[in-house]
Ligand binder design. Structure first.
Ligand SMILES: Nc1nc2c(c(=O)[nH]1)N[C@H]1C(S)=C(S)[C@@H](COP(=O)(O)OP(=O)(O)OC[C@H]3O[C@@H](n4cnc5c(=O)[nH]c(N)nc54)[C@H](O)[C@@H]3O)O[C@H]1N2
Ligand SMILES: Nc1nc2c(c(=O)[nH]1)N[C@H]1C(S)=C(S)[C@@H](COP(=O)(O)OP(=O)(O)OC[C@H]3O[C@@H](n4cnc5c(=O)[nH]c(N)nc54)[C@H](O)[C@@H]3O)O[C@H]1N2
Ligand SMILES: [Mo]
Length: 680
């Protein structure tokens, strides 16, 4: 029997799935052809869901540590005993150090609105340290917000009418594959496809033009495009007069970025910049799909803000097919009824999740004494692993991890709680790559003794004596009471239709920018007073800022974009995926390799002051001289070598306090050699 489900992995596409169940087991997964956006095909990873859900490595009972911390030795325990122990630790840590000594750490292992937010009310009521959920998108959204305002951007389907598509820092064919048919439709009608990315990723390989930009230099490129577009009078005077502010000031700033200067900053030719500006400026309906790549830089907010100004200059928002996409969808309602920030004591501190390493090793008054991890794998995904692992290994830190598998994080747990998967829970899903919501019911019961996140927190709430209603609601109650109410996005949404499990369109127009902008002025802000008020440059600024740590000793740039076969750190647990992915590799340009006596396939070490990790060298022209690229997050425990996050830093971006995952300076050497014997 085929049952309808929704893919919950942290990906913009949030696919409609059909799942075949036989004798209580999932045997096959395919795309739901009735989903208007994902239209019946799935990515390679989703085909492995039967193996993922019924993996022999699935954790099926609570486990307690038996060996020394970090030994990875555990034995089964009952749920009652586990919950008693966790509740007891929460009480003793709270009374000895105060509840702020407890830190929850969660992210997007399960994207359902109910389960993803199931712990918030609990930790607020407990008075635990809060968590700032900054590991992914806030720099990108803050950048867009300064220029265009908050809210959903141009819908991807809209781009099928465009004649000029720029994919700007997104590996669409890997991370957002359901956008591709819409871009292809435009290309069949004659559209040009440009990719702006530091390396020739899968998507760049399929483009008409690949602009191989240096990381962190997008704002300079965008400003230079503006320079040319203004100089050649390719601007939309009418749109600028009616719907923007600050054009004169922008003009002066853009004048500082002639192509010669930008070419130098961006590492591309002047001709390329002129060609790009003319192509964009002359197009009938130019469209930009930004990924999150340009935002994962120390000046990532500024980069996104600057890119987001281009459509206004040429009036693209008024043209069918024109616009710009970052994030889509909308929360069906205010989530506060579910997350209950009002229960939180007023002066409670918040920890930025990017700075987990600092929090576990340096934070005081009080120090973190208990860490509760769920729906996340910080030992692999959080930056600057050396600090994170040092913190997790602390003997005096009590670590609870809710997981489906024995990950590098559970390795450091005192207690592991088996979490139910998305195919075993009821939830409501919004997407960030399309404007449909969809509800899913369990297609099988929880595997083994695993439990849904909501049930686990309700059990703990009862043991701690929390009496508020929010701690006794079922998944369906949460959806009906809080999520299906009358927010503007939900206007006209039929609740019964949602409950039927079919994808339902939110009340969001395909190109919201045609209806106005939610900036303070209600216009596109070339000049942003809000940024000036935050002490930031109110105009776009193209001066790049690179990783300052270690200086000239680390002459190479290092980026860590997503892997085609992994989803952040997920899917490492599946043997056949790992075999296909092979060992962790680092892409290196032939010239950069030659001067270091590195040849293709050599084991190498990549290092900086933050750490070191090992890869096999992949010598290729798909990257540029001076740039190393390591796709994906291999679990260090299964792919010895340390993991790419050994090299990343906890420094925060200019806006949004996000991680600059793609802003690192490093050196590389053949494994056998020491640092001092490198020849240049
Ligand atoms: N297969 C797969 N799919 C995924 C994920 C995964 O891990 N694997 N992760 C999911 C998640 S959580 C997210 S947030 C999205 C992310 O999806 P994307 O936005 O596609 O991913 P990013 O890591 O932000 O990197 C995008 C591209 O930006 C490039 N880039 C890096 N620095 C710069 C720069 O300074 N300028 C420019 N122009 N480009 C730059 C990278 O080389 C990369 O090709 O994908 C989701 N989908
Ligand atoms: N170097 C580098 N690091 C990065 C990035 C990068 O580009 N480069 N990308 C960053 C980004 S964009 C993001 S969003 C973060 C992601 O950070 P995380 O959200 O922590 O990413 P995942 O690796 O998907 O880990 C989720 C964990 O939840 C568990 N899980 C999944 N589904 C379920 C479920 O249904 N129930 C239960 N109980 N558990 C489940 C999985 O087993 C998995 O271990 O990583 C960031 N880290
Ligand atoms: Mo992400």
């Amino acid at each position: 029997m085929w049952k309808r489900a929704v893919c919950t992995k942290d990906c913009p596409d949030t696919c409609g799935l059909l799942v075949k169940v036989e004798n209580g087991r999932i045997v096959s997964v395919k795309g739901d052809p009735d989903h208007p956006y994902t239209t019946g095909f799935i990515c390679k990873k989703a085909g492995f869901f039967p193996e993922h859900i019924h993996s022999p490595k699935r954790i099926t009972t609570p486990l307690k540590r038996t060996g020394p911390k970090g030994s990875g030795r555990f034995e089964p325990m009952g749920w009652d005993e586990a919950m008693k122990e966790v509740a007891f630790r929460m009480k003793t840590v709270s009374s000895e150090f105060g509840p702020e000594a407890i830190l929850p750490y969660s992210f997007a292992g399960h994207m359902g609105l109910v389960h993803r937010h199931a712990g918030h009310a609990f930790f607020n009521r407990l008075g635990a340290s809060g968590l700032d959920y900054t590991i992914c998108g806030p720099a990108a959204s803050a950048g867009f917000e300064a220029s265009l305002g908050k809210g959903p951007s141009t819908e991807i389907q809209w781009a099928s009418q465009s004649d000029y598509i720029i994919i700007w820092g997104s590996n669409t064919l890997t991370t957002n594959v359901h956008a591709w048919p819409f871009f292809n439709k435009a290309r069949k009608a004659g559209a040009t496809l440009i990719v702006i990315d530091p390396y020739r990723n899968r998507t760049a390989q399929e483009a008409d033009v690949h602009v191989m930009i240096k990381p962190g230099t997008d704002a300079a490129l965008a400003l230079s495009m503006m320079h040319i577009i203004i100089e050649q009078d390719l601007i939309d005077h009418n749109f600028i007069a009616r719907k923007t502010i600050g054009f004169e000031k922008l003009n002066l700033r853009a004048a500082e970025y002639p192509p010669a200067r930008a070419a130098d900053i961006c590492g591309i030719s002047e001709e390329m910049i002129v060609r790009l500006a003319e192509g964009y400026g002359r197009a009938k309906a130019p469209y930009i799909r930004t990924g999150w790549g340009p935002a994962r830089q120390l000046k990532g907010g500024m980069a996104m803000r600057t890119i987001a100004l281009l459509p206004a200059l040429v009036g693209a928002f008024d043209k069918p097919g024109g616009g710009i996409t970052r994030s889509l969808g909308g929360a069906p309602s205010d989530l506060r009824a579910l997350t209950r920030p009002d229960l939180r004591p007023s002066s409670t501190r918040t920890v930025n999740m990017v700075e987990l390493g600092h929090a576990l090793t340096r934070l005081d008054n009080p120090p973190i004494k208990m860490l509760y991890v769920y729906l996340s794998n910080p030992a692999v995904v959080a930056p600057q692993s050396r600090d994170v692992l040092k913190g997790l290994a602390r003997e005096d830190l009590f670590v609870v991890v809710q997981e489906m598998f024995r990950t590098d994080t559970t390795h450091y747990a005192d207690i592991i709680l088996p979490g139910a998967s998305f195919l075993e829970t009821t939830d409501l899903y919004r997407a960030y790559g399309h404007n449909y919501i969809q509800m899913a019911r369990p297609v099988i019961p929880p595997v083994g003794q695993s439990r849904p996140t909501l049930a686990i927190f309700q059990d703990l709430a009862a043991r701690l004596g929390f009496k508020e209603d929010v701690f006794s609601l079922s998944e369906m109650n949460c959806i009906e009471n809080f999520l299906l109410d009358a927010s503007p996005f939900m206007e006209g949404v039929d609740a019964e239709m949602v409950k039927s499990g079919k994808p339902v369109r939110l009340n969001i127009p395909p190109n919201p920018y045609a209806h106005g902008f939610t900036t303070p002025s209600g216009k596109v802000e070339f000049f942003s007073q809000a940024m000036a008020d935050q002490g930031l440059d109110p105009l776009p600024d193209g001066e790049p800022l690179r990783d300052p740590d270690g200086g000239d000793r680390y002459p190479l740039e290092f980026i860590t974009p997503p892997h085609h076969l992994f989803l952040n750190s997920a899917f490492n647990e599946i043997n056949s995926i790992r075999e296909q992915a092979g060992p962790a590799k680092v892409m290196i340009h032939p010239e950069t390799a030659r001067v270091r006596s590195i040849t293709n396939g050599d084991p190498v070490r990549v290092f900086n002051d933050r750490g070191e990790c090992r890869f096999l060298a992949h010598v290729t022209n798909d990257t540029q001289a001076g740039l190393l690229v390591a796709e994906g997050l291999h679990w260090p425990s299964l792919s010895p070598g340390g993991g790419a996050n050994q090299l990343t830093s906890q420094r925060l971006t200019d806006m949004g306090n996000t991680c600059a995952f793609h802003c690192n300076r490093v050196e590389i050497a053949p494994l056998a050699m020491t640092t001092t014997s490198i020849t240049r």
